[in-house]
Design a protein around this ligand. Structure first.
Ligand code: G6P
Length: 369
């Protein structure tokens, strides 16, 4: 097992550090920048289905559901088709309105999650075209879907999902860009810029990973907190949910993710000097609005850990701690802002001496209801 961990103390840490490679492996052979094209066999072969779809319905569970939420923002923005994101467990039991003009995208790392599999079968029985985004080759979901695209994350052993999440977002981003090109909802020059920026992401993830020691020091300050709030807006709202899930899963600290502006409708009541609040406040995307959310928190003495863009000044002045990530296009920021949140949960769990790779009560793949 020590050898399998490749010199890291835990599989989770190894998998966090594998993300530059995993993301690169996932777009390799698909993102052809010199030719300015994206090639994905499962999408090309079914282009008519995708182009004629009245809407996309994404079904998934857990972290994969969060990747689906990120995709909702990206798809609607790039291809202008409505997207709904459903918990597979709810979708399968609520007699959903669905027909042959819908495209269902099922996201699953393991490809074995019982609820997601059942949602796929239901969608198929109503005539929908079902596309799978899985990591495990030949898994039940990969076989049950009409077509699909694999993430190339490699085996994920840590129960708390890390590299599966960022590679799912990578596949879904490639799909959205490919479809946007086919639909004509993106100009060829913007498309080229996106390809270029996506190719730079692995190096930028590498850069973000360099904050590891700085994050471990922040983790030490907050490890005994009873609660933690995660806030983000737009593309980074799902990242806030995912950050909170990571902390809950492995440190057993109660954490909630919220869209930053919703804070005033409830969570603000929880804020006092003992409450750490992780705010994703990158320059792109509602920056000024997030700054005012931060001011509201500070006036209630909350402690702010902010994820900011390199060289940030405004938030840096207000926050108790800042963690920098490189700049990129707004829709690609989740691939970078996720990294410090994974490391923060990891270090808190290690400091609390929790079983990071196999947290209590959780399973890597949930094959029963
Ligand atoms: C379990 C795992 C999570 C995972 C979820 C969905 O709860 O512990 O990490 O996100 O199942 O799994 P899937 O394999 O379908 O992505």
């Amino acid at each position: 097992e020590q050898i399998e961990k490749g010199g890291y103390d835990h599989f989770m840490l190894k998998e966090i550090h594998e993300q530059p490679k995993a993301i690169r492996d996932t777009y390799r052979g698909r993102l052809l920048r010199n030719e300015a094209i994206i090639k994905m066999a499962g999408v090309e072969d079914n282009m008519k289905k995708f182009l004629n779809a009245n809407r996309f319905i994404i079904v998934a569970c857990g972290t994969s559901w969060h990747a689906g939420l990120v995709a909702e923002y990206i798809f609607e923005d790039l291809i202008r088709v409505p997207v709904e994101v459903e918990y597979a467990s709810e979708f399968r039991y609520r007699n959903p309105v669905i027909n042959e003009n819908d495209v269902v995208i099922a996201i699953s790392q393991s490809g074995e999650t019982a609820d997601t599999l059942a949602a796929i079968k239901l969608a198929k029985s109503k005539g929908a075209f079902v596309f799978g985004v899985c990591n495990v080759v030949g898994s039940s979901i990969a076989r049950e879907t009409h077509a699909g695209a694999y993430t190339h994350a490699g085996p994920e052993i840590g129960v708390a999902s890390t590299k599966a999440f960022t590679t799912q977002i990578t596949v879904l981003t490639l799909m959205a860009l490919r479809l946007a090109r086919a639909k004509g909802t993106i100009s060829s020059s913007d498309f080229r810029t996106c390809l270029l920026e996506l190719e730079l992401i692995p190096n930028k993830v590498e850069q973000a990973l360099k904050s590891d020691i700085h994050i471990s020091l922040i983790a030490d300050i907050y490890k005994n907190s009873l609660n933690c709030l995660y806030l983000g807006r737009g593309y980074n709202f799902p990242v806030a949910l995912e950050g909170a899930l990571k902390l809950k899963e492995i440190s057993y600290i109660h954490a909630e993710g919220y869209p930053a502006a919703e804070m005033k409708h409830g969570p603000i009541a929880l804020i006092d000097e003992n409450m750490p609040i992780v705010v994703i406040a990158t320059k792109k995307g509602h920056y000024e609005k997030v700054v005012s959310n931060i001011q509201e928190i500070k006036s209630r003495k909350g402690k702010i850990i902010a994820i900011v863009s390199e060289g940030d000044e405004q938030v840096t002045e207000l926050a108790d701690h800042v963690i920098e990530v490189p700049e990129t296009l707004e829709f690609l920021t989740p691939l970078l802002t996720t990294i410090p949140l994974q490391l923060l949960s990891y270090h808190i769990a290690v400091l609390l001496d929790k079983n990071v790779d196999q947290p209590r009560n959780l399973a890597k793949s949930v094959t029963v209801e």
